[in-house]
Structures are given as structure tokens and as C-alpha cells.
Design a protein around this ligand. Structure first.
Ligand code: 5GP
Length: 140
């Protein structure tokens, strides 16, 4: 399986497609999922191209996991979540639909279910509001 340089997240990284950015550093980018399974559903991706975890350069994973932790803490704080679910899918059989490595950060609270994976496109004003809440938590 090869890496398609025109996948949607590669295009977001190149600035060809907009996103609601919450965090960026030298190695990683985090932004709101456009079809959130929960309010605050955020994606964290490496800037280095890889299709998924299976072909990723292990040297990129340390910085990526550090960003996953940073963003997970900010999402938990911003949404007052009781817990955080981190998900990552590899290949279509496992549920992967976008072929650039990414981690899902999902706020969870008791009794609150998740919406379907790749379900409904969210309102952009709401995503912008959620991204601002997470950025504020990161800054605070
Ligand atoms: P996967 O199934 O590959 O783990 O998840 C891909 C995720 O990317 C899905 O949750 C989907 O909602 C999200 N997604 C798909 N297209 C876009 C897009 O253009 N922008 C953003 N921000 N998220 C996207």
C-alpha cells in the first residue's frame, strides 16, 4: 500500500483545503474532525507522510504521541469530559477512510453516546467555536 500525496489530510497540510486548527508544531497538526462523533472530536496528524501506523517512520511517533497527549488534555479540559477515547484505524478493513496517519481524540462522559463514524458534516460555525475552546485550554 502506498501513500497518496493527494489525500485530504496531505492537502490540509499544504493549505489547499481549510481546517479548524487547534494546535501546530514543527512535526504535527491538530484540527477538528468535520464529521464529529462527539463535540470536540479532534484529529492529530504528523506532518511526515505515512499512510497509517503500519508504515510510519518510528522516529516521527514520539513527537506525534506527545501532541496526542497535549491535545487530549486540552480537549478534556475544554469539554469537561470525564474521559478521552483515542482511536486510530489502519487500512479499510479496520475502518480507515483517510490514508494519512491520524489519531482521533474523542471526549467521553458517562451516558453520552458517540455519533456514527463518518456521519454528518458539522456546522462550520460550531466547529470554529469548538476549536477556539480547545485553543483557549491549550493557552491557559
Ligand atoms: P478514519 O476513518 O480514516 O480513521 O477517519 C477519517 C476521519 O476524517 C473521519 O472521522 C472523517 O470525519 C474525517 N474527515 C474526512 N474528511 C475530512 C476533511 O476534509 N476535513 C476534516 N477536518 N476531517 C475530515
Amino acid at each position: 500500500m502506498s501513500y497518496d500525496t493527494n489525500n485530504i489530510f496531505a492537502r490540509i497540510l499544504r493549505g489547499e483545503i481549510p481546517c479548524h486548527k487547534v494546535y501546530e508544531d514543527e512535526h504535527t497538526l491538530a484540527f477538528m474532525d468535520v464529521m464529529p462523533q462527539a463535540d470536540g472530536h479532534t484529529l492529530v496528524i504528523p506532518k511526515m507522510p505515512s499512510r497509517n501506523l503500519l508504515d510510519a517512520d518510528p522516529k516521527a511517533l514520539g513527537a506525534l504521541m506527545a501532541s496526542v497527549q497535549t491535545v487530549a488534555n486540552a480537549v478534556q479540559q475544554a469539554f469537561g469530559a470525564e474521559g478521552i477515547l483515542v482511536q486510530q484505524f489502519n487500512e479499510p478493513a479496520a475502518g480507515q477512510t483517510v490514508f494519512h496517519l491520524h489519531f482521533h481524540i474523542l471526549p467521553r462522559s458517562t451516558g453520552v453516546g458517540l455519533r456514527p463514524h463518518t456521519g454528518k458534516m458539522a456546522d462550520h460555525a460550531l466547529l470554529a467555536e469548538h476549536a477556539a475552546k480547545i485553543r483557549a485550554a491549550l493557552e491557559g
